[in-house]
Design a protein around this ligand. Structure first.
Ligand code: PRT
Ligand code: MG
Length: 228
């Protein structure tokens, strides 16, 4: 084991590692951590560090890509983390306990098309739709439930561009204010589901570190009620 490894700790260690992504999830999780008496001592926007100390020597925060949070927690490299429902549905949730909807980073998952495209008519006529998305599992389930045939095109970002340049007829993406869609002359034609971020906990950590985790989970739960 490398002297730098923080993952392969003893399961009985009192060290806790929280996985967060930079940006809205980090920002929205800070008040919940404060409610649990935990202050993060570095700002990931200005620091290049990927492991951030807190005022509690036993709690550290690792900064990972939003879509990697469930993977770190599933494998026990982090004990707990915060991830969007969109990300969790794509990951599948294996090995994760999801006790709390934190009601943060709220948005919705929607279908959007070019302003001139008659989506309802295409669906009515049974057209085969090309759908570009990062959320292939969610999109596949949504269109299967509607009985709409789709060719899914997997993208990793900037979905809004796909219909504009003719890569797809529609996109499935998360929308919050809708201003990105409007700026690109796209319209939201169907809302698939509401999205918020969830606390995810490694199932083994929940058993072995329950004493350390429980008060934090309770503080998160109480504080997140204020976001509802
Ligand atoms: O950015 P990166 O590729 O690393 O990953 P990510 O986009 O998954 O991460 P991040 O940090 O941007 O988002 C983390 C989580 O925040 C997501 O998993 C969602 O659950 C949630 N969330 C809430 C959002 C938004 N609101 C949101 N508006 N995630 C992304 N967006 C994007 C959206 O994809 C679109 O491009 O913002 C744009 C639309 O915003 P509006 O306000 O113009 O509608
Ligand atoms: Mg993003």
């Amino acid at each position: 084991m490398s002297q730098f490894s923080i993952a392969a700790q003893s399961p009985f260690s009192s060290q806790l590692i929280l996985a967060l992504s930079k940006g809205r999830i980090f920002e929205d999780t800070l008040p919940l951590l404060e409610a649990a008496g935990i202050t993060v001592l570095e700002n990931p926007e200005t620091s290049r560090k990927l492991i951030l100390a807190t005022n509690d020597p036993n709690v550290r925060v690792i900064i990972v890509r939003a879509s990697d949070v469930p993977t770190y927690v599933q494998h026990g490299a982090a004990d707990f983390g915060v991830a969007g429902k969109d990300v969790l549905l794509e990951h599948g949730g294996e090995g994760l306990y999801q006790p709390i909807d934190l009601s943060i980073a709220k948005c919705r998952m929607s279908v959007a098309v070019n302003a001139g495209f008659d989506y309802e008519k295409a669906v009515r006529q049974g057209a085969r739709l090309r759908v570009a998305t990062k959320f292939v599992n969610t999109a596949r389930e949504h269109f299967a439930a509607k009985g709409v045939h789709v060719d899914l095109i997997k993208l990793y970002g900037s979905m809004e561009l796909a219909p504009i340049v003719g890569l797809s007829d529609a996109i499935v993406d998360v929308v919050s204010t809708g201003s990105t869609l409007r700026a690109n002359n796209l319209v939201e034609v169907e809302e698939i589901m509401d999205i918020s971020s969830r606390l995810v906990v490694n199932q083994a950590a929940l058993k072995l570190k329950r004493e350390r985790l429980q008060p934090i989970l309770e503080a998160f739960e109480r504080a997140s009620k204020l976001n509802q």
